[in-house]
Design a binder for this molecule. Structure first.
Ligand SMILES: NC(=O)c1ccc[n+]([C@@H]2O[C@H](COP(=O)([O-])OP(=O)(O)OC[C@H]3O[C@@H](n4cnc5c(N)ncnc54)[C@H](O)[C@@H]3O)[C@@H](O)[C@H]2O)c1
Length: 275
């Protein structure tokens, strides 16, 4: 069911060939936006466009490698040509590496690749989207970061650093262009299972996540999509440079939460009762 929060808006979402991106493209279109699907994988991107169109939305596929400036420039140009302008950019595409495990074993090629896609990509998106948004008096950028940017992780050092850079980029863009009508916010998702991740994600880790979120269920791509719509819409008109965790409260509590709960402790009493 649509409430038309984005009626008349033009949006681009990168990396919308599956997972969070595809669902977000569908939800953006359901809310009334015309949606460009910018994806490095042509068949996955075309499938998303087919699903949006089938659901009654308007969509365009542009094969895009977000790390390449010519591609990003062409992504913006094709969108403006097809839909007449640009209001919303969702920097969602990301890439990782199975070799992004530890600092001591880090190949500089792995570090550079993860940084290239995950930091240069969103920067290029902002660089080329903002001038088009300014022509319409402003716009909204939503950068998909990660909870990994906000805490230390046992692994993923390059990915985590890149996502932290995305948060910093978010604040820079909002600071530089906020008074000209550009809102730039970030979402920090927690673990979000979807079709591509489910077969490869270890069940024990899912269980650990379930024990530590502050909800009786885990997050879905739809949870991220709804947060994107909110931040992209005029309902969030006074929200800028914000980082919104969408993680079931995972980062809000003491790291010993799950163990304490397993011991049945509600709270620790530090003061001995009077004798
Ligand atoms: N799924 C999670 O648990 C989770 C948690 C925290 C943050 N995130 C973030 O949410 C976003 C979406 O996550 P996801 O799980 O759906 O990811 P995913 O890996 O399933 O999808 C990413 C998409 O980006 C595309 N892509 C990769 N490199 C690209 C490039 N250079 N140019 C254009 N497209 C490219 C891929 O083809 C893929 O379709 C990412 O930014 C990710 O870092 C996800």
């Amino acid at each position: 069911m649509s409430s038309g929060q984005l009626e008349g808006k033009v949006a681009i979402i990168t990396g919308a060939g599956g997972g969070i991106g595809r669902i977000t493209a569908l939800v953006l279109a359901r809310e009334g936006a015309c949606v460009t699907v910018a994806e490095i994988n042509e068949s996955l991107g075309q499938e998303t466009v087919a699903q949006v169109t089938h659901a009654g939305g308007q969509s365009l596929f542009v094969r895009t490698d977000i790390s390449q400036e010519a591609d990003v420039r062409a992504m913006i140009a094709a969108t403006v040509e097809k839909f007449g302008g640009l209001d919303i950019l969702v920097n969602n595409a990301a890439a990782g590496s199975p070799k992004d495990q530890d600092i001591l074993s880090m190949d500089v090629e792995v570090w550079d690749y993860v940084m290239l896609v995950n930091t240069r990509g969103p920067m290029l998106g902002c660089k080329h989207a903002i001038p088009e948004m300014l022509k319409r008096g402003g716009g909204a950028i939503v950068n998909i970061a990660s909870g990994s940017a906000l805490t230390g992780q046992l692994g993923l050092p390059a990915y985590s650093a890149a996502k932290a850079a995305t948060i910093s980029l978010t604040r820079s863009v909002a600071t530089l262009y906020g008074q000209q009508g550009i809102r730039c916010n970030a979402i920090a998702p927690g673990l979000i299972m979807h079709g591509r991740l489910a077969p490869v994600f270890p069940a024990e880790h899912l269980q650990i996540d379930a024990e530590n979120v502050l909800t009786p269920y885990q997050g879905t791509p739809d949870d991220i999509a709804k947060a994107v719509v909110f931040l992209a819409s005029d309902n969030a008109r006074f929200i800028n440079a914000h980082v919104l965790p969408v993680d079931g409260g995972l980062l809000a509590h003491t790291p010993t939460f799950a163990q304490a709960r397993a011991l049945g402790q509600q709270r620790v009493a530090y003061d001995a009762p009077p004798a």
